[in-house]
Design a binder for this molecule. Sequence first.
Ligand SMILES: Cc1cc2nc3c(=O)[nH]c(=O)nc-3n(C[C@H](O)[C@H](O)[C@H](O)COP(=O)(O)OP(=O)(O)OC[C@H]3O[C@@H](n4cnc5c(N)ncnc54)[C@H](O)[C@@H]3O)c2cc1C
Length: 401
Amino acid sequence: MHKLTSKTYDIAIIGGGIHGAGVAQAAAAAGYSVLLLEQNEIGSGTSSRSSKLIHGGLRYLESAQFSLVKECLKERSNLISLAPNLVKLVPFYIPVYKDSQRTALIIRLGLSLYALLGKLRDNFLFSKISPQGWENTDKISTKELICVFQYWDAQTDDQALTNAVMHSARSLGADIISSAKFTHAKLEKNNCELNLIINNQKLTADSRFLVNASGPWVSQTLQTITPTPPITPIDLVQGTHILVDRNQSQGIYYLESPSDKRAVFSMPWKNKTLIGTTETIYNGDPAKVTPTQAEIDYLISIYNHYFPTRCIDESHILSSFAGLRVLPKDAQSVFSRSRDTFFSTYPNNNPKLLSIYGGKLTTYRSTAQKVLNTIKSTLPKRKIIANPSKLKLFPPNTSTV
Ligand SMILES: Cc1cc2nc3c(=O)[nH]c(=O)nc-3n(C[C@H](O)[C@H](O)[C@H](O)COP(=O)(O)OP(=O)(O)OC[C@H]3O[C@@H](n4cnc5c(N)ncnc54)[C@H](O)[C@@H]3O)c2cc1C
């Protein structure tokens, strides 16, 4: 079988989502030689099907995920300065009604804690706005409306951000190959032999370390590795968004689902409105995940509850998409489960393989740094090329000069 190249890479990465991109950038900046394989287009997995928010995750305060919120808010701040064309602060609105489960006091406490955890770094001013006048703007229902809280978080184009990080990794010397499917690997004492397919051609490549950043495919990827590493039990949890033919000018609405009290966003997106998301356990092939009818009905009903004069039905849906969260298997409800990233390494002594589970788009930089800190003792010393905290990110097709 042909070799992709005669060189042995320091790190090979499976998966061209935001985590693969982040690790490729951080590793190349640290001077390591890097190969990244993506079976489809860059960012075509979960990293193009998120809610597109770079945020602390206000709702994670309810499940006491304080350290995650703190880390996310720090990263929000970093990304606003590193990628100002891709990550932008947007006003968020939380309407509070007479029957809202989260009262005005709870929201005020939550937003105060949010500001404190964010160390008041960017725009953490929040305000309580009276219920008058809302019918004139985005026409949110004012029936039994007590007040609306306004605060700030950031929005991005997730796939464009992934491509920008990948572009940065490439400019630091990483070899990034899309339409390249990793098929299996053999871990040996001093080498990992990878097998891949590009344009129907079977090839091999060698690396000193293998990073499994294959997102919802993480367990499938592990099953192809010899000797077989232990597989951490996970749930794949589908989240659907619908893009509807409605213009929303004010900002993002943070809505409480009347049926199950979950938080759902209605967001301006390319002059239309993006509504999401859902949480449905998924047991199928990650490549085949699609929105279900029940999810579409659920999102339409929430929008219609809050925007009764601008009601939508299926004929207003321009497109829809579903992505998969990777969550630890747990008896807790999906809504309350940790959204933190976690790793597994193999073998225990002198690991050759690290797998990334779960995580947030927002924290991809800190996750990548944690990956490098975990594996650097297994790799030869290299000369640092750049500091990733200083590397500006540009939207695809934008000149970097
Ligand atoms: C519905 C939803 C909403 C979300 N909203 C937000 C949000 O608003 N803000 C936020 O911060 N986070 C959000 N997240 C989380 C965030 O989107 C994910 O944590 C992140 O995108 C995961 O990136 P990843 O690189 O791990 O996985 P992916 O983006 O899925 O990338 C994995 C890649 O591996 C590739 N791959 C798999 N197997 C192989 C193989 N054998 N060979 C080659 N390539 C392979 C796949 O094609 C895929 O492109 C959301 C997640 C979901 C599901």
